[in-house]
Every structure is written in C-alpha cells, then in structure tokens.
Unconditional design. Structure first.
Length: 538
C-alpha cells in the first residue's frame, strides 16, 4: 500500500493553485498523513507559472521529491512544463473543470475548487471530509464553491482508496507562522517590518492576530526606520523583533552595531533569497551566512541561529528572543524562503518547550549603572520611567553610567566587559541542542548541512545508511558538540544551497575540513534524490 504521495497542482498567477494545494494537503492531513508543501511562484501578480508540490507521507517529511504521482493542471502550461516530471505510474488528473464550473453557475476562479473535488473523489476521499475542509477554507461565496465542488465530485469516478492512517491529525503551518508563534510564546511585545519576500508572511500573520497575541505590529517606511524603532522599543523594555531578507538586512547593519555598543537586545529574522542585489526574489538560497556572522563594524557579540524546519523555527525563535535579552545583544535568526513559505505538519508537543525567560533586572539597590562592569559582563537592566534612576543608552564608547569615554584604559575596560559576555554565550551554547545528528550515527561517511537543507539531506542520509550532522547555532559555534558529532567520521560531505560553500569556510576556521562539496545555487532547494546522486558520485 502506497503511503507516500507526491501531487503537483499548477496554473497561472491568479488561478488559485496555491490555495488549492493547501486544501489538498489538508484533505490528506485529515487522513493522518504528514505534509510538506513546496510553493513555487514567480514575481508576478497575474500570468506566468505557479505551482504547489504537495507531499503526503505516513512519516514526517521535510522535502518534496523529484517525481510526482498526480499532476493537476489549471492551464495547458502546467501540463507542458510538468508532464515529464510524472513517475512511470503517474497520472494526469484530466477533468472538464471549465464546463463543470460554468454549468454549476460558478466563477472562473472556482475551477480550482472543481479540480480539488474531482481529485478527492478519485482518491476515495468521502464527501463529508471534503465538505468539512471546504467550509473552513471558503468563508466567502461558500455555498457557490460547495455547489461547484459537489458537481465535480459527482461527475468523477473513484479510482483509489486512500488509506486512513492511525495517526493524530497535526495542524499545518508555514515556517513563518511557526516562527511568529515561537516569538509570541517567549514574550514578544512588538514586531517591526517592511514587506520583503520571503519574510513578509511573518508581518501578515502577526498583524492579523495582534489583538489575539496582545502585541504591537508596525510596517514602517524602510528597514533603517524599523530597526531603529525596534532598538528604541527594546530600550524602553519591550521585546522587539524585526523581519527582512538580505537586501533589507544590508540596510540594518549600522543599527546592528548601535545595538551591540548600547547592549540593546534585538532579534533580526533574516529570510534568505538568491542574491546579490534583488537576485531572484521569490526563490531560495543560503548565501547570507557569512554576511550574518560578520555584519556590522567593530567587534560585535551576537547569536546566529539557523533552524531547519517549522518546529525548529518555533523553538529557536522563542529561544533566540530569550537569549538576546539574557545577554543584551543583537541576534540573528537565519532562515530562507524554503522554510519561510513552505507548509509543514506541526507537532504541537514543541509548544511546551518555549516560555518567557526573565532577563537580569536591576534589584534597585544603590545607584543604577546601566553598564555595570560585572564578572560575566552582563549588566542589570532598568528602563526609562522608573523613579529615581537615569537610564542611558549610547552608541559612543562609555563608562558604567553610560557617559562618553575616550581614554585608552576605559575603552579597553568596556570592550573587555562585552567580550566576557561572549565567553558566557559560548558556555550557554554548549548546553543547548546546538548540533543535531540523524541517520546512521556509527557511519564513517557523513553529510553536514544547515537550515532548510536539513530535510533533503536527512532523507538522503537515512536512505543510504550514513550520518547527517546539522549545526543549528552558528555563532558562537558549538565546537565541542560538533567535534563529538564527527566521532568516527572519515569522510565529510558539505551540502548547501550557495555557490561558495560558506559553512565549509566556517568549519575550516575551527579546524574541521570537508572532503567534498555538493552545492546548488539556482534558486531551488535540494531534492533528496540530488543529494543521493551527489553522494554516489562524490
């Protein structure tokens, strides 16, 4: 019995292929299947070619695969582009959706509803399940959509019997939604953003739910304005986060140094897309790693964390917000389009793993020193408006009270203070699950991958019986954990979606050498089959 299905639905922008793909995924999810949806779209409002590649499996999956079992086309272009992607036993779902929709009195946009309903009938999904999902998805013109769906359902023959799995039905979320929820769980007070694909979904989601979550959401005029607003919010005691992509992050770099010098907690979500410059704005890449690690002038203490799926995005979004406040430092959550906009089955057990963690707050004893020179470099926090204290924040080098200094001993003293925090951060990282290992843990051959490449790399490693190593925290680098993960490994293969093997450069700096590289940089994510082929030939 097949328990791993691959379905592609496509059409022009404006035909609703993405919505249709999500509904199909929810139908399979209602039968206990684990879901991954890869959405491919051009930077167009109308026309072009968009498609959703839905994978439904009995086990957790984090990637789509090369061949498809069912091809659903809303236009002829989709048939022409993807017919060769069909598996040997693959099927083109060919239904007279235009005729069905028109006879039912529906609008042209409802052809996707007809296609969904016909496919559901073909797969043996009952009308009650289909109706239930459609009612949830279509709040507007609901009765008309149901009428079109019913007509298509009745005119289609049942060819298969989709097995209902004895597994809990899990919610479906995008990486952006999971990330937003993790930050909220850790006490997010304010989110600032300027719309920039692929991070825009965070802004849309939080703006739609800001009253539910009791937080402020602001879209400002540009990335320079929003990052400085976030620094101001944090200075006043509000937990703030900003979201952007590479080009927007480039505009934030000067403010990153301000946050470092003023020891202001700041979280930047950087969702990567291909560059340089505008690059390919609606596609994916991992080309900003070295930029994220080194952005800003001067010696900057920061966390850089790169989750690999929706559950990790939830967990590490909350964790990095807490860490930024505990160590009073700018921090970067590095994701990409593949995580931001893909849809995942989400295991809700991770919800209990994130909560608000209180930072070091001033005990109100003695005269307040914003930059008190402590043993671990972390100064107690106090915020403007508290009686009897003056809270200073400055981008100039300063003494413990925040007053400007230029004398060499005082300058070095405060630099040393901030660097002591980095030593504490290094210790903290080694106590966290900073490196994950999958596959055959005793194998002599291992893949090392980070971020969204985790999914296909893990699947390839498990199929070939080798080890897969995923560093999640990239600064401070978890050197001890990585060394432990490499135990017994004689050949290390680097897998990244960038042209320069950027993680490999970081590893080399710590004395870890990769033997070969499998790199992809055409804006598309890795498929498990591509990594398998690279491993067999490399």
């Amino acid at each position: 019995m097949i328990q791993d299905y691959s379905i592609l639905i496509g059409g022009a922008a404006g035909q609703g292929s993405r919505k249709a793909g999500l509904i199909i995924a929810k139908l399979f999810s209602n039968f206990g299947y684990r879901i991954f949806i890869y959405d491919d779209y051009q930077s167009l409002i109308r026309g072009g070619h968009n498609f959703s590649h839905i994978r439904a499996s009995a086990k957790k999956i984090l990637s789509h695969r090369r061949k498809i079992d069912f091809l659903l086309a809303l236009d002829k272009n989709t048939l022409e582009k993807h017919r060769n992607d069909l598996d040997k036993k693959g099927i083109v779902v060919d239904l007279p959706i235009k005729t069905i929709t028109k006879k039912a009195g529906g609008m042209p946009i409802m052809e996707n509803t007809a296609l969904i309903a016909g496919f559901a009938k073909m797969m043996g999904i009952d009308w009650e399940t289909l109706e239930k999902v459609l009612k949830k998805e279509f709040k507007k013109l609901q009765s008309l959509n149901l009428k079109v769906a019913k007509a298509a359902f009745e005119k289609t023959s049942n060819l298969f019997k989709l097995k209902k799995l004895n597994q809990k039905v899990l919610p479906l979320v995008t990486g952006n939604q999971a990330l937003a929820l993790g930050a909220v769980k850790a006490g997010l007070d304010f989110y600032f953003a300027y719309p920039m694909t692929p991070a825009t979904g965070i802004l849309h989601y939080l703006a739609a739910h800001q009253e539910d979550f009791n937080l402020g959401v602001a879209q400002l005029e540009n990335e320079i304005g929003l990052v400085n607003a976030a620094i101001g919010a944090a200075y006043s005691g509000a937990r703030a986060m900003v979201g952007t992509s590479g080009g927007g992050f480039a505009l934030m770099v000067e403010a990153l140094s301000l946050a470092a010098q003023s020891e202001t907690p700041l979280v930047v979500v950087e969702s990567q897309r291909p560059g340089p410059a505008t690059g390919v704005p609606t596609y994916t890449a991992q080309g900003d790693l070295l930029f994220a690690l080194t952005a800003g002038h001067g010696d900057i203490v920061r966390f850089v964390i790169a989750p690999g799926d929706a559950e990790e995005a939830f967990f590490w979004s909350g964790k990095i917000l807490n860490l930024a406040w505990q160590y009073q430092t700018p921090s970067i959550l590095l994701i990409d389009k593949e995580i931001s906009e893909s849809t995942f089955s989400f295991n809700e057990t991770v919800l209990a793993e994130v909560q608000y963690e209180k930072p070091l707050i001033w005990d109100k004893n003695g005269q307040y020193q914003r930059y008190q020179d402590t043993k671990n470099g972390i100064s107690p926090l106090a915020f403007p408006g508290q009686k009897g204290i003056i809270t200073k924040a400055t981008g100039y080098e300063h003494d413990e009270f925040g007053l400007t200094v230029e004398e060499e001993k005082k300058v070095k003293k405060m630099q040393d203070k901030r660097l002591r925090k980095f030593k504490e951060m290094e210790k903290a990282v080694e106590e966290l699950p900073a490196v994950k290992v999958y596959g055959n843990k005793n194998a002599k051959k291992a893949i090392v991958a980070w971020g969204s490449t985790k999914g296909p790399a893990k699947e390839a490693a498990e199929k070939l019986g080798i080890k897969m190593i995923q560093p999640v925290i990239l600064q401070p680098f978890p050197e001890k954990q990585f060394k432990k993960a490499l135990k017994g490994v004689e050949k290390l293969v680097l897998v990244e979606t960038n042209a320069l093997g950027q993680l490999g450069k970081i590893l080399a700096g710590f004395g870890f050498q990769v033997n070969t590289k499998i790199l992809k940089y055409n804006g598309r994510p890795f498929l498990p089959e591509e990594i398998e082929e690279g491993l067999k030939h490399g």
